[in-house]
Design a protein around this ligand. Structure first.
Ligand SMILES: [Zn+2]
Length: 308
């Protein structure tokens, strides 16, 4: 009996190891017809296939919309394969929430699906400006994973708010002012009140300010008003209650702003200010040391010219 149980355990382990070796890509249904994949809380590397951002999909009666494609072509292909296990409906839209590589390097996996690529009205310009730089600067981290990555620009540009029809199901796309980046787009599935926030929401992973600190704070204030019940953040736990999920990020951005204003008022220089601003938030976030000084440096330059 014991032997049979043990061999059963061994068999189970063998099956799970085999699944992992084949590159099991987890895609879970977080609401009816709404799928999400949780990326690791880490920097992009060849070990994690660039799989550090959350991805999603909404399945309508006739068609599917994909939200972000991952940090490499390998990850994008894994995502597409996992999605095709869940639905055989055609992918009509591939939506990019913004320009950062962990969200767009997988785009090439979807070009042959015939989907329309969708982004903020600023996304094409941002990709043209930064794409070549990203392809060069991520070479060291991603190695050969980068070989087949192509920058794919959107053919449908969103300004303000746009509704996309998936057949009996509409999603609402909203283009925001400069905040996390200068091309942030959110996706709301109205039927289930599920919001895909892209990197306008970070959980666990320290927020990144690559657009405007004050803009980010202002957008958080606007986001709070969206009628949703759950959110898929750009990073961190793949589904969280809304709008409570905004609180930690708001506290961080407010702390950073207050500290920088105090330092500027006291006549501190950029270097001293960027080393101390926001430090009290360190225990609350992962990857804090990778990004806080950069956030503080960007915030300092912005606030220096913004006398309260
Ligand atoms: Zn980002």
């Amino acid at each position: 009996m014991l032997q049979r149980t043990l061999s059963g355990v061994v068999l189970m382990l063998a099956c799970c190891l085999a699944a992992r070796a084949a590159g099991a890509f987890e895609l879970i249904e977080i609401a009816p017809g709404v799928f999400a994949h949780q990326g690791q809380t880490a920097l992009m590397s060849r070990d994690n296939n660039g799989d550090i951002a959350n991805l999603g999909a909404v399945v309508g009666r006739d068609a599917v919309a994909v939200v972000d494609t991952g940090g490499s072509l390998v990850e994008g292909r894994e995502f597409l394969a996992a999605l095709q296990q869940k639905t055989s409906k055609p992918i009509r839209f591939v939506i990019n929430t913004h320009v950062h590589p962990d969200h767009i390097f997988g785009n090439g996996a979807f070009t042959e699906t015939g989907a329309v690529f969708v982004g903020h009205k600023n996304l094409s310009r941002a990709l043209a400006t930064r794409g070549p730089f990203y392809l060069a600067s991520f070479r060291e981290a991603l190695g050969p994973l980068l070989d087949d990555v192509k920058i794919v620009a959107p053919s449908l540009a969103i300004e303000g708010t746009t509704r996309l029809d998936l057949g009996g199901r509409e999603i609402v796309l909203r283009a925001w002012r400069t905040a996390h980046s200068d091309a942030d787009l959110t996706v709301l599935d109205e039927g289930t009140k599920t919001l895909f926030a892209g990197d306008l929401l970070f959980l666990r992973h320290v927020p990144i300010v690559d657009g405007s600190l004050l803009g980010f704070l202002a957008v958080v204030g606007e986001l709070e008003k969206i009628e949703a019940v759950r959110v898929v953040p750009g990073h961190g736990p793949v589904v969280a209650p809304w709008p409570q999920a905004l609180e930690a990020q708001k506290t961080y951005l407010e702390r950073l702003t207050r500290d920088l204003r105090a330092q500027i008022a006291a006549g501190a220089g950029l270097e001293a200010a960027s080393k101390t601003a926001g430090r009290s938030e360190r225990p609350n976030w992962e990857l804090f040391d990778d990004y806080n000084i950069r956030n503080a440096t960007a915030g300092f330059a912005e606030l220096e010219w913004d006398s309260p």
